[in-house]
Design a protein around this ligand. Structure first.
Ligand SMILES: NC(=O)c1ccc[n+]([C@@H]2O[C@H](COP(=O)([O-])OP(=O)(O)OC[C@H]3O[C@@H](n4cnc5c(N)ncnc54)[C@H](O)[C@@H]3O)[C@@H](O)[C@H]2O)c1
Ligand SMILES: O=C(O)C[C@H](O)C(=O)O
Ligand SMILES: [Mg+2]
Length: 613
């Protein structure tokens, strides 16, 4: 839809002046500046089409001769990318190839992602992004976001002005203190907001020009990073207290001043104390959410709704035991209680069904260490214990939720006990990356006689048990945050309340098919996620209007159509009007399939295996 409109405008404009190209797909209002000429069309990843520039485009734009004479289609380029990517062995090298593609030809990168989300997502996101962050000093090449340091106080608005895009609609930012389950990675945490915003585009169709990743570099308490010559952040211990809070405050104010009151501000991978405190401080004053608290809650509650279809029970008929009572754990528990209340029980009754354990043991009102403020409501009037396994026996939970960062914490004995507690035990092993998962799907099936309902935060390969193969789903907030952001951006929502995360959970759960459940997953296939994001966005927009939080009136009659109109188009822009197009500008080599083209080429040149990175 969009591309037709965009192309029409491009053509109309070029008809008037062929050398000044209006590119709607660049963003809604932007015109490529007059200063963009010739080589710039190749140099700029947003404009570049590589060998897909037609002969007419090459001549008109002044790039004829800068490219080899062959003209390829985007489809042919995709085939070549896939072929190249396969030749890299490790996920990190594959990631580097993809990052370079994004840096040179943005549309080709996103088109490639869209051809197989399940395959490419783990290379740009969890788990590979964890490795990318740990090696960020080596990986870092060119700016993909802004670094704002503790020494930039008083100048944050000025720094935001240095970002080359003026229509930013969403910012994802971290201070790098709790990167996945890997701890404090300081400025190396930049990989996370980059990865998250890449998903805004790849999984929900938010135009890349609308997204800005930011790292707030306030130092790091990671001693090995402070001593690492490769470290690229501020080399000092973390600044805390009022100096830290003032930086955050100035940052929030500067973002709305620079962009708009409704710019979406996504907190990501902040450590527990700051995550909950800052969300409480800002959620009713800005358009903001914390993905680890609220996005995670939404995706896990969606999985629990889907699991109800297998167990034939309601949410309120389960007993929940959490390992980990941090941002994710308490976020999930809180939204779960809201969902149980909707099923007709009181909040008090709902809370009684949820038991939580942190590194100090059961959240007990009698324990000496006390209960952290964000989790007080889940404290139980019970004897304190640090023995998680004994709680699995005594409380007889039907659902285990792991958000503890402790890989392997759900031991065989714990899983076997879960199989005694209930016919279909639910096991959520949410900690990332892969090594931090509380148990693998294989361990879960092996120790529950294959009766468990399992989901993990990081992807796992298919699991075999009892002659059947299970394709377990990824309980990762990536199913929801891109769609939620899409909805919020489109309707210019003022805030992102918890009710939106419950709406998203219900929408996602409805997308789970019987086939998914039979295959062992309580989430849809990842290749469906683009469509799901659109549905989530529509549900968010409807909720925003219901709650009078939308910033765009009147309410559009057709919300789905509104969503479609906004979406980024991964197909190349046609820079030329029809009258400039004439036949005969393809590669000239007629091959039936792309595979044939690659086969022909490798026959001639050899497979060049030695070139692997
Ligand atoms: N799958 C997802 O979408 C998703 C989303 C958010 C977070 N996570 C993962 O969940 C994990 C936790 O994230 P978070 O934001 O809640 O972190 P957090 O630091 O806020 O909380 C961690 C919690 O685990 C507890 N804990 C630590 N060691 C423990 C131990 N030995 N025994 C019992 N409890 C222990 C801590 O006390 C704390 O309550 C991370 O690995 C993160 O990657 C996954
Ligand atoms: O980044 C992810 O994969 C999910 C989540 O936000 C996390 O912090 O682990
Ligand atoms: Mg996170």
């Amino acid at each position: 839809m969009r591309s037709v409109k965009a192309n029409f405008l491009v053509k109309e404009y070029i008809n008037k002046n062929p050398l000044r190209v209006l590119v709607r797909a660049y963003s809604d209002e932007e015109v490529i500046p007059n200063s963009i000429r010739g080589f710039d069309y190749i140099r700029h990843p947003r404009l570049n089409k590589g060998l897909a520039f037609t002969l007419e485009e090459r001549q008109t734009l002044g790039i004829h001769g800068l490219l080899a004479s062959t003209v390829r289609t985007q489809e042919e380029q995709i085939a070549i990318c896939k072929y190249s990517l396969e030749r890299y062995g490790s996920p990190l090298n594959k990631h580097l190839y993809l990052a370079e593609l994004l840096d040179t030809n943005e549309k080709l990168f996103y088109e490639l992602m869209s051809t197989d989300v399940e395959k490419y997502l783990p290379l740009v996101y969890t788990p590979t992004v964890g490795l990318v962050c740990q090696r960020f000093g080596l990986v870092y090449k060119r700016p993909r976001g802004l670094f704002i340091t503790i020494h930039d106080k008083g100048k944050i608005h000025q720094i935001l002005r240095n970002w080359p895009e003026s229509h930013v609609r969403a910012i994802c930012f971290t201070d790098g203190e709790r990167i996945l389950g890997l701890g404090d990675l300081g400025a190396f945490g930049m990989g996370i907001p980059i990865g998250k915003l890449c998903l805004y585009t790849a999984l929900a169709g938010v135009p890349p020009a609308h997204c800005l990743p930011i790292t707030l570099d306030v130092g790091t308490n990671n001693q090995s990073l402070l001593e690492d010559p490769m470290y690229i952040g501020v080399r000092q211990k973390r600044v805390t207290g009022s100096a830290y809070d003032e930086l955050i405050e100035e940052f929030m104010v500067a973002c709305v001043k620079r962009y708009s009151q409704n710019v979406l501000l996504q907190f990501e991978d902040f450590a527990l104390a700051n995550a909950t405190r800052l969300l409480d401080r800002y959620k009713n004053a800005y358009c903001t959410f914390n993905d680890d608290i609220q996005g995670t809650a939404s995706v896990v509650v969606a999985g629990m709704y889907a699991a109800c279809r297998i167990t034939k029970k309601k949410l309120k008929e389960n007993i929940y035991l959490f390992l980990g009572a941090g941002s994710a754990g308490v976020g999930i528990a809180s939204l779960l209680c809201d969902a149980m209340v909707e099923e007709g029980i009181s909040m008090e009754e709902a809370i009684k069904k949820v038991y939580m354990v942190d590194h100090e043991g059961l959240l007990s009102t009698k324990r000496q260490s006390g209960i952290p403020p964000h989790a007080v409501k889940f404290g139980k009037d019970m004897e304190p214990t640090k023995d998680f396994a004994s709680l699995v026996t005594s409380l007889k939970p039907t659902c285990l939720v792991g958000a503890s960062t402790v890989g392997g914490a759900f031991t065989p004995a714990i899983l076997q006990q879960m199989a005694k507690n209930t016919e279909r035990p639910q096991i959520f092993a949410l900690s990332n990356p892969t090594v931090k998962a509380e148990c693998t799907p294989q361990q879960a099936y092996d120790n529950t006689e294959g009766r468990c309902i399992y989901a993990s935060g990081s992807p796992f390969p298919p699991t075999k048990y009892g002659g059947k193969t299970y394709y377990t789903g990824q309980g990762n907030n990536s199913y929801v945050f891109p769609g939620i952001a899409l909805g919020v951006i489109i309707c210019h929502a003022r805030h992102v309340p918890d009710s939106m995360f419950l709406s998203a959970a219900k929408t996602l759960a409805l997308c789970v098919t019987e086939k998914d459940l039979n295959l062992g997953r309580i989430y849809p296939h990842l290749n469906e996620v683009r469509n799901i994001s659109n549905k989530i966005a529509a549900s968010i927009i409807n909720r925003a209007y219901d709650e009078k939080l939308a910033g765009m009136y009147p309410k559009p009659k057709d919300v789905d159509c509104l969503v479609q109109q906004y979406l980024y188009n991964t197909k190349y822009i046609n820079y030329m009007p029809d009258c400039y197009n004439y036949p005969g500008s393809d590669s000239g080599i007629k091959v039936k399939t792309i595979e044939e083209m690659i086969a022909k080429s490798t026959k001639k040149t050899g497979s060049n295996k030695g070139c692997k990175k």
